[in-house]
Write a protein that binds this ligand. Structure first.
Ligand SMILES: [Zn+2]
Ligand SMILES: [Zn+2]
Length: 266
């Protein structure tokens, strides 16, 4: 089983999952390594939600668990850092002052809204909504570089009321190419995120066309993540993700430890 490098626990504002159950599930699935990537989104705009990570509690609990399970699995402590132009210096400080093993940079906020909520799509065509999202992500990736991979590049598609029905990545190729080229030139990577597959939508984020474009442009670093917020979704649809990567021509996927990429055979 490929190692899961995108998992949320009760340390995320939108998960209640016990951390040790996550590790036990990874061991049960025969993973040799895994990574917690709980959310940190500074100045989160949704009223009633606080998306700041309690970094001290996070490292305290997970360092203990890492030691406790070290004979069975390599536990890595990462973060899913919410990219936002307004929070560049806060993010820089968070990442440089904590010993994260792995950092996913993800855009969850566009024009002070989370596209997860249907309000984001109100009064917009899918094309307009998608375009605005890619434009925002492209700018965020340019302005902040202390992450290891860009999370779920076309995340917005899984929340559109029409899902991928009106989606063609070619419509946004300027933004997508800019994101991919920036990442590659800085020695960073992307992830293949199986969350939408596990919900039955039939696509990964990003979709295979974007992953192929990344490979064609020379991209080599790609992690595999379920984005599980419950232990039962860990490793979900990873066989399909592996098939997509192999079909595109990847021989290796990537894991991280101490912010260093390590390559594992697919
Ligand atoms: Zn995310
Ligand atoms: Zn996530």
């Amino acid at each position: 089983m490929y190692s899961d490098f995108h998992i949320h626990s009760h340390h995320s504002f939108d998960s209640e999952q016990d951390s040790s159950e996550i590790i036990k599930k990874c061991i049960e699935l025969n993973m040799k390594e895994m990574c917690f990537t709980d959310h940190n989104d500074f100045n989160w705009p949704i009223v009633g939600e606080n998306a700041d990570l309690n970094v001290k509690e996070y490292f305290n609990e997970l360092s203990d668990l890492r030691d406790r399970y070290s004979k069975d699995i390599n536990v890595n402590i990462g973060v899913e850092c919410g990219l936002s132009d307004a929070n560049v210096s806060l993010n820089r400080n968070l990442i440089s002052s904590n010993p994260f093993d792995f950092v996913i940079g993800s855009c969850h906020e566009v024009d002070n809204m989370d596209p997860y909520y249907p309000e984001f799509f109100e009064g917009k065509t899918d094309r307009q909504a998608f375009e605005r999202y890619f434009e925002t992500l492209s700018k965020c990736v340019e302005d902040f570089d202390n992450f290891d991979v860009v999370g779920h590049i076309d995340y917005i598609v899984r929340y559109s009321p029409n899902k991928a029905e009106n989606y063609s990545p070619a419509d946004y190729s300027d933004y997508i190419d800019h994101i991919l080229k920036t990442v590659i030139s800085r020695g960073k990577g992307i992830e293949i995120n199986t969350s939408a597959l596990s919900k039955g939508f039939g696509f990964t984020n990003p979709c295979s066309e974007i992953i192929k474009r990344y490979k064609d442009l020379g991209g080599e670093i790609i992690t595999i993540g379920s984005d599980a917020h419950k232990a039962c979704f860990i490793g979900c649809a990873f066989d399909k993700a592996g098939d997509i990567l192999k079909e595109i021509g990847f021989e290796y996927y990537t894991v991280f430890s101490g912010r260093k990429p390590l390559f594992r055979k697919l």
